[in-house]
Design a protein around this ligand. Structure first.
Ligand code: NAD
Length: 458
């Protein structure tokens, strides 16, 4: 790591130690400044997201800047309440002490973002980290360069470098350099499981706590009794939004064979309705981030029979929404997260059969079940361990800031959004306060003969 970067990180440590970031007034002021900057740079944000991913302003508002502003407003509204010490009861043994939990900032934290929702996924955790009173190092993904450049402008216009430091560049070089030479107080990482493992290892060397927001194959089950029209609507919009480059997109469909044809036909209709006959020219349809991802996705198209779409053009990084049939569970597309606009549709006859397929990639980030039988749907949710789940919906759980967002096992560890973000970036310190007027002799040696008494109180 360059001496300059190490000097900057040490300056952040000193700034945090000065206590400057702790007061409610300071935190609120920073959140308001961030909010203003995100609004001021609105057009530049749209232009950048279009350049990187061909996102429309409407899609950007729902999934990036509007989503973020909603989080900032919610956090500002509740921040003072969240910062209050939480009174706890005191057990008999410790009476007449009083007990409470204080929420302390962690210190200097590192937030690492991916490229698919480059603004939202870097700045949402930033909101939690600021709210909790920390200093923050932000590392954007190098694969969404236009958005990374606008975010740099915003951060450098709003915050001092000792408070929020923006570190762009090649993640494989800059992140190990920082993590191996400086002890962060927390690392919050969003990205692939493969890189997540590297981050976890580096953090373990210095016993740095982590939040890992990873990916995985999120299954979507459509039962025979599901409303097919509604299922098709909700699956198609979330699977093909951002050209399928969404961590919580339905990765593949398991549909009861009795309604498979019907679902495929309904999804085809919806694809045409939402993205037209030529998605390549549709304002509603995005592009693949780069050639490497494009070629990976292209290879999947031969893993089955194309039921719909699949047209593509590498020069425009375009791949149309594709439905894929005749996919075997051993094919490459079923081994790893697809993260693109290809949707395998697999028929099942029994629940056991479907569960066996799901269990080949355990602990997905999300699980979706479409059924009109509420009891049965809840049973499915219970039977599939996952970060989150939706019944008769897909991906929208993410947009409710009252719900925790995060994975389990291979899809990650920890959670955030709303109050959960504040908690993630705070340490819950237990405090016991004991008066001096009461100090019974039974607490002190000699203990001989006090066993009966101890059994009563302890
Ligand atoms: P990625 O792992 O390639 O990159 C993420 C970050 O890691 C980037 O900032 C990059 O610079 C850094 N990085 C890359 N190589 C590194 C290395 N060797 N050492 C240290 N840092 C390195 O991930 P991605 O391709 O940007 O994102 C796609 C993945 O992220 C998918 O698996 C997706 O499911 C997942 N994802 C998860 C969530 C979530 O909230 N759970 C959200 C979006 C994406």
């Amino acid at each position: 790591m360059s001496n300059d970067l190490l000097t900057s990180l040490n300056a952040m440590r000193s700034y945090f130690a000065s206590g400057a970031t702790r007061s409610y007034a300071f935190r609120k002021q920073q959140l308001l400044a961030l909010k203003k900057a995100v609004a001021d740079y609105e057009q530049e944000i749209y232009d950048a997201l279009y350049a990187d991913l061909k996102k429309s302003p409407e899609e950007a508002w729902i999934t990036e800047n509007g989503f973020l502003l909603n989080e900032i407003n919610y956090t500002i509204k509740w921040l003072s309440a969240w910062m209050e010490p939480e009174k706890k009861s005191t057990n008999l043994l410790n009476l007449p002490s009083s007990s409470y939990v204080v929420k302390e900032p962690l210190g200097v934290v590192l937030i690492i973002g991916p490229w698919n929702y480059p603004l939202q996924l870097l700045f949402m955790p930033l909101v939690g980290a600021i709210a909790a009173g920390n200093c923050v190092v932000l590392k954007p993904s190098e694969f969404a360069p236009a958005t990374a450049a606008v975010m740099q402008k915003i951060i450098e216009a709003v915050f001092t470098k000792e408070y929020v430091l923006y570190v762009p560049g090649d993640g494989a070089a800059v992140i190990p350099a920082m993590m191996n030479n400086f002890s962060f107080d927390h690392v919050f990482y969003t990205g692939s499981t493969a890189v997540g493992k590297l981050i976890y290892k580096m953090a373990a060397e210095r016993l740095v706590p982590v939040t890992l927001e990873l990916g995985g194959k999120s299954p979507c089950v459509v039962m025979a009794d599901a409303s097919i029209k509604v299922a098709a609507n909700r699956i198609v919009i979330t699977k093909f939004s951002n050209a399928g480059q969404m961590c919580v997109a339905p990765d593949y469909i398991l549909v009861h064979t009795s309604v498979k044809e019907k679902l495929v036909e309904a999804m085809k209709k919806k694809i045409l309705q939402f993205f037209t006959e030529q998605p390549i020219n549709s304002d509603e349809y995005g592009k693949i981030i780069n050639e490497k991802q494009f070629n990976r996705l292209l290879s999947y198209l031969s893993n089955g029979t194309i039921l719909h779409g699949g047209d593509n053009d590498i020069n425009r990084l375009y791949m149309g929404p594709a439905l894929l049939g005749n996919v075997t569970v051993d094919s490459a597309i079923m081994q790893e997260e697809i993260f693109g606009p290809i949707l395998p549709v697999i028929g099942y006859n029994t629940k056991e059969e479907a569960l066996a397929i799901i269990n080949r990639n355990p602990n997905p980030l999300a699980f979706y079940i479409f059924s009109s039988n509420d009891k049965e749907a809840r049973k499915w949710v219970e039977n599939v361990p996952s970060g989150a789940a939706c019944i008769n919906n897909a991906s929208w759980h993410v947009t409710n800031h009252h719900l925790p967002f995060g994975g389990r096992g291979f899809s990650g560890t920890g959670r955030y959004h709303g109050k959960y973000s504040f908690d993630t970036f705070s340490h819950e310190k237990a405090v016991l306060k004991t008066p001096t007027w009461f100090d019974p002799a039974m607490k002190y040696p000699p203990f001989k003969g006090k066993l009966k008494l101890f059994k009563k109180f302890i």
